[in-house]
Write a protein that binds this ligand. Sequence first.
Ligand code: GLU
Length: 495
Amino acid sequence: MTEKTEKQPIRVRIAPSPTGHLHLGTVRAALYNYLFAKKEHGSFVVRIEDTDPGRSLSIYENEILDGLKSLGLHWDEGPDIGGPYGPYRQTERGDIYKKYIEKLLTEKKAYYCFCSKEELESQRGAMMANGLTPRYTGTCRHLSDEEISDNLKQNKSSVIRLVVPLGIELAFHDIIRGTISVMSDTIGDMVIARNISTPLFNLANVIDDYEMKISHIIRGEDHITNTSKQLLIQRMLGLDEVLYAHLPLVLTPDRKKLSKRSLETSFVEYLKDGYLPEALLNFLVLLGWSSQDEQELLTIPEMIERFSLKRVQKSGGIFNMEKLDWFNAQYIKALPIKELIEKLKVFVPEEWAMQTHLMERAAILERERMKKLSDFVDLAKFFFVLGEYDVSLLGWQKVSLAVSADHLSGIRNLLSNESDVDFTAAHLEAVLMPVAEKLGRGEVLWPLRVALCGERNSPGPFDILEALGKEESLRRIDIAIAKIAGELSREPVSP
Ligand code: GLU
């Protein structure tokens, strides 16, 4: 079977249930569907599967749709933009489902079941006690039309079950996994609808994929057991088969199932934390797929060009946070500086954002150290405010603080002779390096750097001098000298 059929246009979809946050599984499925649609010049559809009334919430629907949009995964048809096969929200499709459910009932391929919970439980218990796999025994399969209409008139609670024939092989070809086959005997007369216009997941999913002319179903492998049931429903309804590609699970680096926390963490959190959409998608695309040329850093157009369902692997994709950080760092480094600054502004206090020169210098100097945009706040804080630091940090190795103070005073004198325009990293390096070489690099430059930033780690002192400018640099050096003086005056004088 090929990925592309001659007659049918390529149409793929994701069908998220708005019962929880936008999670990694949905985003990866959306990405693969999106890439496949673009590659094959097909359509990418979003359908909201909100048939579970207790658990479906519009806040989750909004989060899912907004999150996917923020990632740049735009769809051609969906609940927000409509399209030729709408509505794209299952709760709005009751009339469509009704026709199909009525057809199944009329053709006696489905039937009303009035068994109570207690009856079902006792049937189940009896089967298990006899060592059988529990499934519905078919008690209501043969109710007469009168019995059914009486029960319905009395408002007896009911569901609709599919007549599942025994001994049928339900086989399908999965583009990724090859042939998968299950015997219908294991299924039992499954419940397919709550009532005449409210199907359950498997039935609604099949009807919608047919009505929306979906050509390929690309979804997680956790749906394989549903696929067999859906094949049966398709056959009972006489619908065309669809092509399937079940994506591998996502695992931790030690090949365990991903924790519930990682699975349920909203993907929007990554965006809020300063992971770039391009980096997230690049990371996700490799969770189960690789390019033939093994290139890892891929832009969206490059992904589209290279994407093929045949290269999706069967084994689980490994979710490795360090890898994600690495991708993000690469994309941060590659951003044009103006764009980086705009993105950083979202994370920093307004007073910082207004200091254009300092923001630019800080962004240039800190971009190498950032794994995510939010890191900038801590890394670059010292450019904007000098924090409290312990005086001992001004000491270089075993050299006494008094010596640090001497060096700082010497440097202060040299710097105060420089004009504002000469306060560039290159010029100041040329002025100060000979002194540092003569007196000891660490001894001179360490206290200077600490005086300027108040931290153990930072970019080099000449870059910070340029970023802060003359006045602020001298002010900070004075603070350091005063700190040392204060400390030395507290030390007991030796007799
Ligand atoms: N509503 C299903 C889910 O969220 C969709 C399954 C499918 O893609 O067919 O898992």
